[in-house]
Write a new protein. Structure first.
Lengths: 216, 171
């Protein structure tokens, strides 16, 4: 899912940074408005570690294989902390493992960070459905949706970025087919990440509900 | 890695315009030439099967000198024109994953074997080298698994440490 250096033209990479910057700024501003911004940091730091290592966990989806992203999970649990967390995680992945790249850091941050923020808002929707569905069911349903949609949106962004930027030297049709294949392979991953988010949220709800409830 | 020879088949069609004999003779000559063998793997170690490959000569870095596809096991062999010395650029790409590799050709380079890692999933594949072949890896990820593991653990410990630091301050 990470786009490495050299795949996208320079203009797209620069645009990626240009789009990522205001999101980072807005997220940091939202964080700064909290009563005690450092209060959430332990949680954010631990989930950054989870995000960092998640991409090393490969799940075979024939014919290819995909890896966990967990951006929907980060969005649901961290809220606005998710964007800087993902940015830091991506930076370490790029430097340590050459996974993604520094020129595409902006693009990758947009691709995974923005859906994380969307996931955050999806997860917040559970409050609106609390009456109708009941507390527990609403939380579970929207945790699943947030986890699945976070990843799904990323896959869609990835798809459009790659499909619209096939260099002339390559056979566009073959590459398109390969991209379709890889994007479809993310459908089962959506289920996996959605379920994973649901399980984690249900677990936290039981043992330490203030971890997910505090922020509105 | 074994020494790889590509054998260009020079098909010389001798259509009989001289009334010597009625035959469609074919003369085949061959020469042993230096070839470049690429092994393209995702960094999970999985081969980039049938990934597209484009080769750019040092003379013209904008139009492909050769296009082709790797085989099932992610292997691609081509014989660069040794009369054009310089950095040959090879791009391997599949489904938005790929890498650009510069291969110096000409001079006493000998046979080059290059390993391209398509930065998709971690876990690395190492290629063994013989004394006469030179391994060039595109990115710096010719790290062994324990090295990578240690790097991952260090980074994670950094995050955990940060978490503990702020937890301790809270109290």
């Amino acid at each position: 899912m990470h786009i490495p250096d050299g795949i996208l033209p320079a203009s797209v990479c620069i645009a990626g940074y240009a789009i990522a910057a205001p999101f980072a700024w807005y997220s940091l501003r939202q964080i700064n408005r909290l009563k005690d911004p450092t209060e959430e940091l332990p949680k954010a730091s631990l989930l950054t570690a989870a995000f960092f290592i998640a991409s090393s966990i490969n799940i075979p989806v024939p014919p290819s294989s995909v890896h966990l992203v967990l951006n929907g999970l980060l969005g649901s649990i961290l809220g606005y902390f998710a964007f800087p967390a993902i940015l830091v995680g991506l930076f370490f992945q790029a430097i340590m493992f050459g996974h993604g790249g520094l020129t595409t850091l902006g693009i990758d941050a947009v691709m995974m960070g923005v859906p994380a923020l969307v996931a955050h808002h999806i997860f917040q929707l559970r409050h609106a459905f609390r009456q109708k569905l009941g507390e527990k069911l609403a939380t579970n349903v929207f945790a699943f949706l947030a986890g699945a949609m976070g990843l799904g949106l990323s896959a869609v962004i990835f798809f459009f970025l790659v499909i619209t930027n096939i260099p002339s030297g390559f056979d566009a049709q073959t590459e398109q087919a390969a991209v379709y294949g890889l994007t479809l392979a993310h459908l089962p991953l959506m289920l996996i990440e959605g379920t994973f988010t649901l399980l984690l949220v249900a677990f936290l709800q039981r043992v330490k509900p203030e971890l997910i409830e505090r922020r509105g | 890695m074994k020494r790889t020879f590509a054998i260009p088949l020079v098909l010389m069609s001798v259509v009989g315009w001289q009334v010597r004999a009625i035959a469609h003779g074919v003369g085949i000559t061959y020469e042993a030439t230096e070839a470049i063998a690429l092994q393209a793997n995702y960094d999970s170690g999985e081969p980039m099967a049938e990934a597209q490959v484009t080769v750019y000569s040092p003379e013209d870095p904008s139009t492909p000198w050769l296009t082709g596809a790797a085989d099932e096991s992610g292997r691609f062999v081509f014989a660069p024109d040794t009369s054009i010395p310089g950095n040959w650029e090879v791009q391997v790409r599949q489904a938005g994953h790929g890498e650009i590799l510069n291969i110096p050709v000409g001079g006493e380079e000998g046979v080059l074997a290059a390993s391209v890692d398509g930065s998709s999933e971690p876990g690395s594949s190492a290629t063994d080298s013989e004394s006469d072949s030179q391994i060039v890896s595109s990115t710096g990820d010719n790290l062994s698994l324990p090295q990578k593991g240690l790097m991952a653990v260090s980074v994670i410990w950094g995050f955990v440490g940060t978490a503990l630091f702020f937890l301790a301050r809270k109290k």
